[in-house]
Design a protein around this ligand. Structure first.
Ligand code: 5GP
Ligand code: MN
Length: 356
């Protein structure tokens, strides 16, 4: 790889680029790991980097800590991904043999459950590329930019600064476009910058098909999934006083609608369709993991990352965060209603919005 200095002002810094170059020069056994329950950005960034490294002649494998939705399985080389725990032995062997591990779209090894212990035991060098707040310190090289719209944007910058825009081929463009599109909510969220659009323009020039990608990711509901959405919206509660809309899904309801991985993705956003709403929440019972998975979204400068961190063992971004709870769904909802006014009256509940 040839290092192009100062090509992008906020790409990985020169010292880290040099360290990464030195690691790559050793022809490492590379594994790429996105966060658990990977979304479009997690899979898009992992596969985008995978294609690039493979094209450069590297030995590289993507491993996901859990399965991921069918609406991402069409992505180029998605079939090459090892999914834990479906391929438990292969995954364990690969991680044990890896000398370089990229962790993408997360910044704390607890977000890679159930692979966390395997990663903690690994002797590999770690590289974190991520855009969430409060990065942990496990990686030898940390490229973390919480002003970036998506990890895919950071992978784009990494590829261009280590090689050139010529290295972006159709496969890479398709993967990165998908992640940028999903993490910006279709180029709508506040971190969508002029630079995001410039990057996306290049990805389109490289062959990413925006119509096909959005149809494969967004217009791909099963009838069960659409009816589940209807059921959930029917029970939505709007608390005018707190400008908060919340929804919940019990495991019984999930079974009733033949739940498949990814079916509830994006549901939380519907709460923000209410004009006055500032905060939306969804609580989903996960019988298998014996927890309630929670997602928060906001459309002003209300910091749902703070809400998730302070009360729900979670984290994320100002406008999109998540967490979990280990009490019943009913008790979790009660707890939420109890802490909501406390959260809203915290002095730092409203953050100054980043300038981009
Ligand atoms: P989602 O609600 O789509 O699952 O996640 C929204 C954002 O919050 C994502 O950026 C995700 O990485 C982060 N997030 C979701 N759940 C958790 C969690 O349990 N812990 C932490 N630290 N972040 C989370
Ligand atoms: Mn992301």
């Amino acid at each position: 790889w040839q290092l192009k200095k100062n090509l992008y002002l906020c790409a990985m810094n020169i010292q880290d680029s040099r360290s990464l170059q030195a690691l790559l020069d050793k022809k490492p056994v590379i594994t790429i790991i996105p966060h658990t329950s990977p979304d479009g950005d997690a899979i898009g960034s992992s596969l985008g980097l995978y294609h690039f490294l493979r094209n450069q002649g590297h030995d590289v494998q993507v491993i996901t800590p859990t399965d991921f939705p069918d609406f991402l399985k069409w992505m180029p080389a998605a079939q090459d991904i090892l999914i834990y725990p479906n391929e438990e032995r292969k995954v364990e062997q690969r991680i044990a043999n890896s000398t370089l591990i990229f962790t993408l779209d997360f910044n704390n090894l607890l977000r890679a459950k159930p692979l966390t212990p395997l990663l903690e035991q690994s002797g590999a060098d770690f590289v974190m590329i991520d855009h969430h707040q409060q990065p942990d310190t496990y990686a030898k090289i940390t490229y973390s930019d919480d002003k970036a719209s998506s990890t895919c944007e950071l992978i784009y910058k990494t590829i261009v600064s280590f090689s050139s825009v010529e290295a972006i081929n159709y496969e890479i463009a398709t993967c990165l476009y998908t992640g940028i599109m999903t993490d910006t909510g279709g180029f709508r969220y506040s971190l969508t910058s002029a630079e995001t659009h410039r990057i996306v323009a290049t990805l389109l020039e490289k062959g990413a098909d925006c119509t096909k990608i959005s149809s494969q990711v967004l217009d791909s509901y099963s009838i069960d999934r659409l009816l589940l959405l209807g059921h959930v919206l029917n029970d939505l509660t709007y608390l005018e006083q707190y400008r908060t809309a919340y929804m919940y899904i019990s495991s019984k309801t999930l079974k009733q609608f033949n739940f498949r991985k990814g079916d509830t993705e994006g549901f939380v956003n519907y709460g923000l369709r209410i004009k006055e709403a500032e905060l939306a929440a969804i609580f989903i019972e996960n019988e298998e993991d014996k927890l309630i998975k929670i997602s928060f979204r906001s459309k002003t400068n209300l910091d749902v990352n703070l809400l998730a961190r302070t009360y729900f063992n979670g984290g994320g971004h100002i406008n999109a965060a998540g967490g979990s709870s280990h009490i019943s769904l009913e008790d979790t909802l009660k707890y939420f209603l109890e802490v909501l006014p406390k959260f809203l009256s915290l002095p730092n509940a409203y953050q100054p919005m980043p300038t981009i």
